[in-house]
Ligand binder design. Sequence first.
Ligand code: 5GP
Length: 117
Amino acid sequence: MAAYDPENIFAKILRGEIPSTRVYEDEDTLAFMDIMPRADGHLLVIPKTPCRNLLDAAPEQLAAVMATVQKMSHAAKNAFEADGVTIQQFNEAAGGQEVFHLHFHILPRHEGVSMRP
Ligand code: 5GP
C-alpha cells in the first residue's frame, strides 16, 4: 500500500488550508459536508490523525471514527427526517477510493428515493 500523502484534500481541510462546512468536531475526529452530495445531508467523517484508509487504520482510530459515525448518523437522520442511513467506505483506487485519507460517508435516506450518482 502507498504511503499516506499529507497533501491530500482532507488533510488540507483538517489544517484549514481549504474551506469546508464543518458540522461536528472532537479531539479525534471531524465531520463535514460532502462537496458533491449524493443525498441531502451527505456527510463525511474522518480521523484527525494520518490514515490512508481502513486497511491502514489503528483500532483506536477506528473506534473514534465509528463513534462519530454513529453520532452523526443519528443527527443526520433526525435533521433530514430520514427513514434510514447508508454508510459507505472505499479503500484504494480499485475499491473506489478517490481521496486517500480514511473517511466514512453518511447518507440520510428516504423511502423510495435513490441516491444521486
Ligand atoms: P471517495 O474517496 O470516498 O470515493 O470519494 C471522496 C469524496 O470526497 C467524494 O464524495 C467527494 O465528493 C468528496 N470530496 C472531494 N473533494 C472534496 C472537497 O474538497 N471538499 C469536500 N467537502 N468534499 C470533497
